[in-house]
Design a protein around this ligand. Structure first.
Ligand code: SF4
Length: 258
């Protein structure tokens, strides 16, 4: 089983399906995974199989390595389209996430002012005011909402501790449209239970929640790489296209990635 543990704090640049030439910023340790979810489809594998021994990079380390990388990319004539916070887990779990966002915006403005700053987050920390405020400063605040079905979330996303999807939706509304909703659709089974969220019973309430959040955009996608859990299947192009079209029909831009 091939999992991906990214270098830290900087990786890439890589060509992203959704984001273009993306320079990755990984605020998690370089030797394992730290996440408040433990998704059965996570490309980094299950949390318990990748417990890190190293610590998270410091704020200073992130800024220094990012500056060096941007200097090198500029000298090579290939600047990134986007600086993407992603990697081995949940970036907003870093204790200095807000300060690192400030550093990153400063460096972006200095070296590649046309590049976007993008954060891929599982939404579990958006109740913290400092995280909310930091996400308001980035260009693309991409927040995960795989479903509004609590049982499905506990079966598939597997949050640590308390997780109330209705509270998450309320906090998503608080971005006043400065948010992109990202949703994984898939089919198949895991441990004898269905993990298919493409049926009407999932799509209809999810779409209702999306309408109340009123995001600037929605991204629907499906499994792209090998997953730690067995039995998961990609959603079909037709299914993703149909869901995308329903989002667009309510006036919200939506992209589908296969
Ligand atoms: S939220 Fe992202 S990093 Fe965390 S377990 Fe899920 S897919 Fe992996």
């Amino acid at each position: 089983m091939s999992t991906i543990i990214y270098p830290s704090p900087i990786f890439g640049p890589i060509h992203s399906r959704r984001l273009g030439i993306s320079l990755g910023i990984n605020l998690l340790p370089a030797d394992g995974k730290v996440c408040s979810f433990d998704c059965i489809y996570c490309e980094c594998g299950f949390n318990e199989d990748h417990r890190p021994k190293q610590t998270m990079p410091t704020r200073h380390d992130v800024a220094e390595k990012l500056q060096l990388t941007l200097q090198r990319m500029k000298s090579e004539g290939q600047l990134p389209d986007v600086l993407t916070f992603a990697g081995n887990g949940e970036p907003t779990c870093h204790p200095h996430f807000p300060e690192i966002i400030d550093d990153t915006i400063r460096l972006r403005n200095a070296y590649c002012p046309d590049a976007k700053v993008c954060v891929l987050s599982n939404s579990t920390q958006i109740h913290r005011q400092s995280v909310h405020d930091a996400l308001m400063k980035v260009d693309d605040n991409i927040l995960k909402l795989d479903t509004v079905d609590s049982a499905y979330i506990h079966r598939v996303d597997r949050p640590a501790g308390n997780y109330d999807v209705n509270q998450i939706i309320e906090r998503m509304k608080a971005f006043n449209g400065h948010v992109i909703i990202q949703t994984m659709f898939m089919r198949g089974d895991c441990n004898g239970e269905s993990v298919d969220n493409t049926a009407e019973e999932y799509v209809v309430p999810w779409l209702e929640a999306v309408k109340t959040i009123a995001p600037q955009q929605v991204m629907v996608y499906t499994i792209d790489r090998e997953t730690p859990a067995h039995g998961l299947l990609k959603a079909t192009h037709e299914q993703l296209d149909a869901i995308r079209d329903r989002v667009v029909a309510v006036g919200i831009p939506c992209s589908a990635s296969y």
